[in-house]
Design a protein around this ligand. Structure first.
Ligand code: GLN
Length: 203
């Protein structure tokens, strides 16, 4: 069984731990560098990226996490986690730190300008047994993606999607996966299974 950590400084840690266990991993909360060193993959949960960034620094996890991901540790970020993994954030706080693991520019609170949350059914590349029901909560979207970034899902171009129509909301670059939405909240474990499979490939 792969051992997958969930960064447990802030955010919806418990939901990710449960989803990972259901998806066949041994899930562990990670708060200390020693705990980070013992995992085969890491999940960065939804929450508040500015707070998580600050806590990463005070728990002395920012550099170790950046280094391990740069060395190939598989990582999956949902929502705030996607923001942390990105190379650049728009509408972030000036002191917000990035893990620089995905060659993307994300816009923070992108959906929040009109409505705080938004839900929709998305086609997700590689998940063939039906659309993924995506819940967005003060979510980012990907505003720009580099050539090496695989686009896995976009907001459907339907009436009501407004500015969000066709925005990129799920991506993968090598062993790094990110979604702007929260599969840990809907009981659909396919995204977590995808990540557990990615971790397996590196073991
Ligand atoms: N708006 C939050 C941020 O900027 C993300 C929200 C979420 O993770 N649900 O970090």
């Amino acid at each position: 069984k792969p051992v997958i950590g969930v960064l447990a400084l802030q955010g919806d840690v418990r939901e990710h731990l449960a989803a990972l266990e259901h998806a066949g991993a041994a899930a562990r909360p990670v708060r200390r560098p020693e705990e980070l060193a013992a995992v085969d993959g890491i999940v960065l949960p939804g929450g508040e990226s500015t707070t998580m960034s600050r806590l990463l620094e005070s728990f002395e996890l920012l550099e170790p996490l950046r280094d391990r991901i740069a060395d190939g540790l598989p990582a999956y970020g949902s929502c705030a986690g996607m923001i942390l993994l990105a190379r650049q954030v728009l509408d972030g706080r000036p002191d917000q730190r990035q893990l620089d693991a995905l060659d993307v520019v994300v816009r923070r609170n992108a959906f929040g300008r009109q409505v705080d949350s938004f839900e929709g059914d998305l086609d997700f590349a590689g998940l063939d047994d039906g659309p993924v029901h995506a819940v967005f909560i003060r979510a980012p979207w990907v505003e720009k993606a580099g050539d090496g970034v695989e686009i896995l899902a976009r907001v459907p171009d339907t009436a009501g999607a407004g500015d969000a129509a066709a925005r990129i909301v799920a991506i993968r670059q090598g062993p790094v996966l990110a979604t702007a939405f929260h599969p840990e909240l809907t009981g659909d474990e396919r995204v977590h299974r995808l990540f557990v499979g990615m971790v397996h490939e590196t073991m």
